[in-house]
Design a protein around this ligand. Structure first.
Ligand code: ADP
Length: 184
């Protein structure tokens, strides 16, 4: 089995284009759609995602639930709800880490091996990027260290500033060169 750093990739791009087992959605507690990456996922995946979400009864902050990916190239969407950032003193770091961990737990339960994440909470929810990136990479790397069934985790960042923050955080774990090759 490859080391933790070798199973983490950081790329700049559009999460909805990822042909992985599951992409993770930075959703809100209603799971009924929103702006940002959530809006892009529902637009790209179509009605099937919303129909599946309607049956889930929402999702608590820090938890994760899985649906079809509809028309998207990934097989599934794992919806997680990040914390709204206030000042970092209201449990935000723990809740953000839990989003990544719970998403990966759901993936393991479904036998999924390749997962792609956005920068959860780092958009409208206001999480400071450097801190959000460090929490994300640390949570994922720690999980991968004790769970061998996940082969690859890709962080897919929309803009160059987010990409740079995640690249730096992943570098601390020895994540290798990002060649953008197909994870499957
Ligand atoms: P949150 O409400 O959890 O902050 P947002 O969707 O507002 O979620 O933002 C989370 C991150 O996702 C931001 O860094 C934003 O730039 C990014 N993002 C928006 N659209 C996409 C996309 N299609 N692919 C990848 N990342 C995206």
């Amino acid at each position: 089995m490859k080391g933790v750093g070798e199973r983490i990739e950081v790329v700049q791009g559009d999460l909805t284009h990822e042909a992985v087992d599951a992409i993770v959605n930075a959703a809100n507690r209603s799971l009924l759609g929103g702006g940002g990456v959530d809006g892009a996922i529902h637009r790209g995946g179509g009605r099937a995602i919303l129909d599946a979400c309607r049956k889930l009864n929402g999702c608590e902050t820090g938890d994760a639930k899985i649906t079809t990916a509809g028309a998207l190239p990934s097989r599934y969407v794992i919806h997680t709800v990040g914390p709204v950032y206030q000042d970092g003193q209201h449990g935000e770091p723990e809740l953000l880490a839990r989003c990544y961990r719970r998403s990966l737990e759901v993936a393991v339960t479904h036998g999924l091996k390749t997962i792609a994440f956005p920068a959860i909470s780092c958009g409208v929810y206001g999480y400071p990027l450097t801190e959000g990136a460090r929490i994300a990479v640390d949570a994922v790397a720690t999980f991968l260290g004790r769970e061998e069934s996940i082969h690859r985790v890709r962080f897919v960042l929309f803009d160059s500033v987010a990409f740079e923050a995640f690249r730096q955080a992943a570098g601390e774990w020895g994540a290798g060169p990002q060649d953008g090759s197909d994870p499957r």
